[in-house]
Design a protein around this ligand. Structure first.
Ligand SMILES: Cc1cc2nc3c(=O)[nH]c(=O)nc-3n(C[C@H](O)[C@H](O)[C@H](O)COP(=O)(O)OP(=O)(O)OC[C@H]3O[C@@H](n4cnc5c(N)ncnc54)[C@H](O)[C@@H]3O)c2cc1C
Length: 365
């Protein structure tokens, strides 16, 4: 096992685990203030809310799949999964022990994705070819991913038959029923066949025939599964942080976004137990609070001066193809071109790239 010792001389060693929305932003924000190492199971950061557009327009992924080295110019990247952690070191799947003075855990969700950027771009291309070749498409899951995918396909390929099956009694259960109803009407207007309170056993599908839990038969040339992704905390379950996890596997944090009872360990993004909906724009806010606090602690600032995180209110925009969207903000719910103008054309890709210090338009090398 390789033990990495002398990294960075006097600068404090900050290890960030997870290179998603929150982890990549915190790593980028503190890279000139500490000796930063980002450990991620893949070599790139992908803007998640652009991934469904990339299925109908694969070239879209060229701006939204960003190699970590593009924004982390003064830090180190280890492309490997973290598999364990102690009070002083992180252990990776490749057997590296990475020592830290400060640790940030940002492993929001863990699911298999290609390790390299070229492989991920190829996967987007393959998904698009699957859609192009199909006359009928089944989408399983009526959360934001399923709805956005149905919207993308219905708008870009109006001739294809799209069926969306969801086991809940309404779409988009993470926001209010008004948004669900408006979205259902919109999908129906685009001839998407929505089946609620049903599930599909994909293993029993044969030759393009799928049977739902209600006994209905769906014919589809291909399917996409968009149900919820598992929380990325299983690697912590046998570690010094096992008692810091709540019943849902989320890390319990204090108002400064440190793991409760820990002085030098932060947790940010979807993996935290912060009482708010799990959204990327909130994960970005967590990252900025944690970055501020890390900078303060690394310069021996007073703990009492640390920034506090205030949980966000329910705000969400779910895109419906390239021009429209459904939005819920605290005082209203709206659907159509107006919320679409905010999100649906560029899906905040330019904005996110800018926040990462990158050109909003130019594609990575
Ligand atoms: C399709 C889709 C559309 C969305 N649309 C929106 C939207 O429009 N607006 C919005 O605000 N939010 C949106 N969200 C939600 C948003 O993407 C999440 O809230 C956000 O990604 C959470 O960020 P995170 O950094 O906590 O976790 P993630 O972004 O899930 O990042 C976790 C990272 O940790 C890595 N990882 C996991 N386990 C390990 C390990 N053991 N070792 C090393 N690395 C590990 C993963 O590879 C990943 O890079 C969307 C999500 C999806 C899936």
């Amino acid at each position: 096992m390789e033990r990495q010792q002398e990294w960075g001389g006097e600068r404090r060693r900050v290890v960030v685990v997870g290179g998603g929305v929150a982890g990549s932003l915190v790593a980028k924000s503190i890279q000139f203030h500490g000796d930063v190492t980002l450990i991620d199971s893949k070599e790139y950061f992908e803007i998640p809310w652009a991934s469904l557009r990339a299925m109908v327009e694969p070239s879209f992924a060229e701006r939204s799949v960003i190699h970590h080295r593009e924004y982390l110019t003064n830090g180190r990247v280890i492309t490997s999964s973290a598999i364990s952690v102690t009070d002083t070191e992180v252990l990776t799947a490749e057997g590296r022990l990475v020592p830290y003075d400060y640790l940030v855990i940002a492993t929001g969700h863990a699911y298999p994705v290609p390790k390299t950027r070229p492989e991920r771009l190829k996967q987007c291309q393959a998904e698009n070819e699957k859609i192009e070749a199909a006359q009928s498409i089944l989408i399983v899951g009526g959360g934001p991913s399923g709805v956005e995918l149905a919207g993308e396909i219905a708008v870009d390929y109006p001739g294809k038959k799209v069926t969306l099956v969801h086991n809940g009694f309404r779409l988009l259960e993470f926001i209010g029923p008004k948004a669900s109803n408006k979205t259902l009407d919109w999908l129906k207007s685009k001839h998407v066949d929505v089946k609620l309170e049903q599930s599909v056993n994909l293993n029993s599908a044969s030759e393009g025939t799928y049977i739902t839990s209600a006994g209905e038969t769906i014919s589809a040339d291909c399917h996409f599964l968009t149900t919820g992704k598992p929380i990325g905390s299983s690697w912590l379950k046998e570690t010094v942080f096992k008692d810091c996890l709540d019943a849902f596997g989320r890390l319990k944090v204090d108002e400064n976004l440190r793991i409760r009872g820990r002085k030098n360990v932060f947790a940010i993004g979807d993996i935290t137990d912060v009482k708010e909906i799990k959204q990327g724009y909130l994960a970005q806010k967590h990252a900025l609070v944690a970055a501020k606090n890390l900078k303060l602690l690394m310069t021996n600032g007073k703990e009492s001066k640390m920034a506090k995180y205030e949980p966000g209110s329910v705000k969400a925009i779910v895109s419906l193809g390239r021009r429209e969207a459904v939005a819920q903000i605290p005082w209203t719910t709206t659907i159509g071109i107006v919320p679409g103008l905010i999100k649906s054309k560029d899906l905040f890709v330019g904005k996110t790239r800018k926040q990462m210090g990158l050109d909003p338009h130019i594609v990575d090398a």
